[in-house]
Design a binder for this molecule. Structure first.
Ligand code: BMX
Length: 295
């Protein structure tokens, strides 16, 4: 494991649209981990209390470093906002870094979950050795994080990296971000579940749609294929913009059996110059934890 990853010691939280996980890390390895489902409609107090409850379950010492990765944008001053308001409808502008730092009596690092995942995969995962790489999480939403010339891409407003809100030639309708025809509205776990319901398979969530796909059910394979095709289009777009060495794909859907192979399959339909190597993330949530404790 790289020296940078070995610095990842402390308590980390991965607050995603479907679940919240927290772990104690020691030199980049998970020593203990707890998790709970995300109450998507919860207000600021509910969400912050959920994070703190998990951290307290792990036990917070006087000297523990704490890093928190969240779905949503995080400004340079640590203000948290859900960009897709259908995922977290009550997270408008939360001074998350200030609140958590006060709560724990120390500076708590807060950053976007996909940015944290990109950092983790670059220092200790599938992106090791890469100077310029992309990370796409296909999960509740579609998240993006980038390492450019060895440094994570972060902007003052926290918007940089939000590839889920770029558009896809395959998409239609309006996204929870307010934009039309976004990749998140056609390729994410929430989109897959929504489209399954629209096809009369309302009892499914993204996980069971994927299982139906693996079991050979055509309606499910059509939805998974649409998602992978849209993500392949995104990878080709990113190649034209950043020309990364690699794009690492993570997330509950991204890491599902055969998904990255499907993305690679659809990428082969692009002209050679726009194809980019894609690999599954190798660390899963540990990569996000390492990124949350990155310094
Ligand atoms: C959305 C956006 C991103 C996030 C991505 C994946 C919200 C609430 N989140 O595009 O910040 O990185 O989803 O999030 O607007 P996850 O919930 O799937 O981990």
């Amino acid at each position: 494991m790289s020296d940078r990853a070995k610095q990842a010691t402390g308590l980390a939280v991965d607050f995603g649209g479907t679940k919240i996980a927290a772990a104690r890390l020691l030199r980049g390895e998970v020593v203990s981990q707890v998790q709970v489902g995300t109450e998507q409609g919860g207000d600021t107090d509910t969400q912050i209390n959920a994070m703190c409850e998990l951290l307290n379950q792990l036990g917070v010492t006087e000297t523990d470093r704490i890093g928190v990765a969240v779905t949503g944008r995080v400004t340079a001053s640590g203000i948290w906002q859900a960009l897709n308001s259908t995922t977290l409808p009550n997270i408008g502008a939360v001074e998350l870094s200030t609140i958590l730092s006060r709560r724990f009596g120390r500076q708590v690092t807060v950053l976007n979950d996909a940015t944290a995942g990109a950092i983790g995969e670059q220092v200790a995962g599938a992106g090791r050795g890469c100077n310029t790489m992309g990370f796409i999480t296909v999960s509740t939403g579609i998240g993006g994080g980038f390492i450019l010339d060895g440094k994570p891409l972060m902007s003052d407003s926290g918007l940089a990296g939000h590839v889920g809100f770029t558009t896809s030639r395959l998409a239609g309708g309006r996204c929870g971000s307010g934009r039309l025809h976004t990749i998140e509205s056609i390729a994410s776990g929430k989109a897959i579940a929504r489209m399954a319901a629209e096809k009369g398979h309302g009892a499914h969530d993204a996980k069971t749609v994927y299982e139906a796909h693996l079991a050979g059910e055509k309606w499910a394979s059509d939805l998974v294929g649409l998602s992978a095709s849209a993500v392949a289009e995104l990878c080709a777009n990113l190649n034209a913009i950043l020309d990364p060495e690699l794009i690492v794909i993570g997330g509950s859907i991204g890491l599902a059996k055969g998904y990255v192979d499907l993305v690679a399959h659809y990428l082969r339909a692009e002209p050679e110059i726009f194809r980019v190597p894609v690999k599954p993330a190798s660390l899963g949530v540990r990569g996000t934890f390492i990124g949350a404790l990155w310094e």
